[in-house]
Ligand binder design. Structure first.
Ligand code: ADP
Ligand code: MG
Length: 234
């Protein structure tokens, strides 16, 4: 399969009180459809900044990101938001689930937001059915009515993974998805992501501190001084 994502001379600086802070200093990278890419690197090196730009949550200072040949930062805000919703799912270190809503409602949320005004009963039902199926797949059939506070850390993260899959993303970007979990629970979440990659062909870019987990990706990249180098290929 061909390259799904092409990153060309990507740079990002932040304006700070101390002046311009260059973080990403010219990243070139191609990611194939169906690939599982791990990213490691010291704290503060720019991994989250990179993932945010890859997911169009932030814009680069210069350089380009192509998805399926489309230069995404030439899109207007509405088209970029649409692209993000259709193409990308996010999983973060902290689950960011809405505490007042049940697991099922949290997973339904991206679906409900995407249909907005056309939220007819039939569409709502369809979204609910899909959210239930995703929670079943995550092994959470018995937890649909629980609020996040009533779930374990691993269960909360599995709900967050289900939510990330609600709109059938081609790509899931995960920023230290196991960083807040104990070792066996982190392993369980990582296995879940690996299975999603194998079974659904979802492309993954995963930032992780854990080298034994990252070594299970197809390729591990290391971010050093604002650039990315190949660390291991399997
Ligand atoms: N919005 C921002 N404004 C200013 N500096 C930022 C901002 N976001 C990140 N940084 C800085 O950019 C650097 C990289 O941060 P980050 O991408 O979070 O690193 P990592 O995820 O690798 O730990 C850090 O020095 C951080 O302080
Ligand atoms: Mg980070």
């Amino acid at each position: 399969m061909g390259n799904l994502i092409e990153i060309v001379q990507l740079k990002k600086s932040f304006a700070t009180d101390a002046g311009e802070l260059p973080v990403l200093k010219g990243i070139n990278l191609s990611i194939k459809e169906g690939e599982m890419v791990g990213i490691i690197g010291a704290s503060g090196v720019g991994k989250s900044t990179f993932l945010h730009i890859l997911g169009a949550l932030d814009r680069p200072t210069s350089g380009k990101v192509f998805y399926d040949g489309v230069d995404i930062f030439t899109l207007n805000e509405d088209s970029l938001a649409l692209f993000r919703n259709r193409m990308i799912g996010f999983v973060f270190q902290f689950h960011h689930l809405l505490p007042e809503f049940t697991a099922l409602e949290n997973v339904m949320m991206p679906g409900l937001i995407s249909i907005r005004r056309e939220a007819t009963g039939a569409k709502r039902k369809e979204i609910k059915k899909k959210a239930e199926k995703l929670l079943d797949e995550m092994g959470l059939s018995e937890r649909k009515g629980h609020r996040p506070g009533e779930l374990s850390g691993g269960e909360q993260q599995r709900v967050a993974v289900a939510r990330a899959l609600m709109l059938d993303p081609k790509v899931v970007l995960a920023d230290e998805p196991t960083g807040n979990l104990d070792t066996p629970t982190g392993e369980e979440i990582f296995n879940l992501l690996i299975n999603l990659n194998k079974e659904k062909g979802i492309t993954f870019v995963i930032v992780t501190h854990n080298e034994s987990l990252s070594s299970r990706c197809h390729r591990v990249l290391k971010m050093v001084d604002g650039k990315i180098e190949t660390y291991q290929t399997f």
